[in-house]
Design a protein around this ligand. Structure first.
Ligand code: NAD
Ligand code: TYD
Length: 350
């Protein structure tokens, strides 16, 4: 595959994937297609934007004509599809946007791919990136496997589940060469501060309350973003066609315990007295329909493709906190303007 299209490359995970592909595969042309919504930021790719094999295309995946025109022009033979509306809270306040981007946008890409390759698709690949949230919510026991029935419970996860079904349906009906993966919660540099970890880091830094939903007892399985990018590289090149791979950190944390750990790390980094940051913890009204627990069984990708996370949680958190403290200007830029409006609408009434 020579012309690789990565959608959503200006977002959090996409920017790590673009950086990895641009540097690791200098002979391949990497096209980053992104509409630069509130979550997309070209600053995330400053260090590689002048590389000769990197190309940026500003486009909306919902725009069917634009997308089919771009496929005709560039003949993308590999697609890694990450562009999405990705935040559960926003899907609760504005579900419709999620239907357009996550469902219609995915179908537009599938149609464009199918249209240019038809029955000449051997050796090409359409890789759809999804989430563990499509499997619903676990109780205290058990793990999500690739065979867990879908049971999405938020507008975000329902829209992602719908797109996963469509990708599989196109493979079955039209013979499209697809592969999928469903990953657990990511954390690391360049994550937009609407998600728990960067939001908490930013609030602790600025001595603002850290909003913990409900009693903080919900559990997530956290994976360092570069470990996800490495898994994506492996699945794109070596994953079996038609297969799905679950990716997770085997690293479950109750939200409140994660926040306490983060407070300890921040106290040390900011040279605050022990316990100072934890005093900012504030329990607020729970998220509507809040899923209790997500946890991934990633034995398939480990056994079939030999993937393992390369970072321990301690290393990943250390790198993450350091990055945010060293990149205050990035945080200032993304939190100016509309972020303030978003923050007040989400948190002032809680
Ligand atoms: P993000 O919100 O940080 O980035 C999404 C990117 O998509 C942004 O750059 C945005 O500008 C772009 N985009 C949004 N709508 C678009 C449109 N209509 N046309 C073109 N571009 C558009 O998201 P992320 O956290 O990097 O997630 C990337 C993908 O990984 C998503 O598909 C998400 O469902 C999936 N995922 C995320 C996580 C996680 O923990 N963040 C875990 C598992 C799976
Ligand atoms: P989030 O980062 O939004 O990811 P997801 O909802 O996709 O898992 O949230 C992670 C967990 O943290 C989730 O259980 C909701 C909780 N949470 C808070 O307690 N406070 C917050 O301000 C945010 C954004 C999330």
């Amino acid at each position: 595959m020579k012309n690789i299209l990565i959608t959503g490359g200006a977002g959090f995970i996409g920017s790590h994937v673009v950086r990895l592909f641009v540097t690791k595969y200098p002979d391949h042309q990497i096209y980053n297609l992104d509409d630069l919504t509130y979550a997309g930021n070209l600053e995330n790719l400053r260090d590689i934007e002048k590389r000769p094999n990197y190309h940026f295309i500003k486009a909306d995946i919902v725009d069917e004509n634009r997308i089919s025109g771009l496929f005709e022009k560039h003949a993308f033979d590999g697609v890694i599809h990450l562009a999405a509306e990705s935040h559960v809270d926003r899907s609760i306040s504005n579900p419709t946007e999620f239907i357009y981007t996550n469902i219609i946008g995915t179908v537009n890409l599938l149609n464009a791919f199918r249209h240019i390759w038809g029955n000449r698709a051997a050796g090409k690949r359409f890789y759809h990136i999804s989430t563990d949230e499509v499997y619903g919510s676990l109780g205290n026991e058990g793990l999500f496997t690739e065979n867990t029935p879908y049971d999405p419970r938020s507008p975000y996860s329902a829209s992602k589940a719908s797109s996963d079904h469509l990708v599989r349906a196109y493979a079955h009906t039209f013979g499209l060469p697809v592969v999928l993966s469903n990953c657990s919660n990511n954390y690391g540099p360049f994550q937009f501060p609407e998600k728990l970890i960067p939001l908490a880091i930013n609030n602790i830094r600025n001595n603002k309350p850290i909003p913990v939903y409900g009693k903080g007892e919900n559990i997530r399985d956290w994976l360092y973003v570069e470990d996800h990018a490495a898994a994506i590289d492996l699945i794109f090149h070596e994953g079996k066609l038609g297969e799905t791979y679950n990716i997770g950190g085997s690293n479950e944390w109750k939200n409140i315990e994660l926040i306490r750990l983060l407070c300890d790390i921040m106290d040390k980094k900011l040279k605050r007295e022990e316990g100072a940051s934890a005093r900012l913890i504030t329990f607020v009204k729970d998220r509507a329909g809040h899923d209790l627990r997500y946890a991934i069984d990633s034995s398939k990708i480990q056994q079939e493709l030999g993937w393992r996370p390369a970072h321990t949680f301690e290393e990943g958190m250390e790198k993450t906190v350091e990055w945010y403290l060293e990149n205050e200007q990035w945080m200032r830029n993304v939190t100016s303007g509309d972020y303030q409006k978003y923050y007040s609408s989400q948190y002032e009434k809680r």
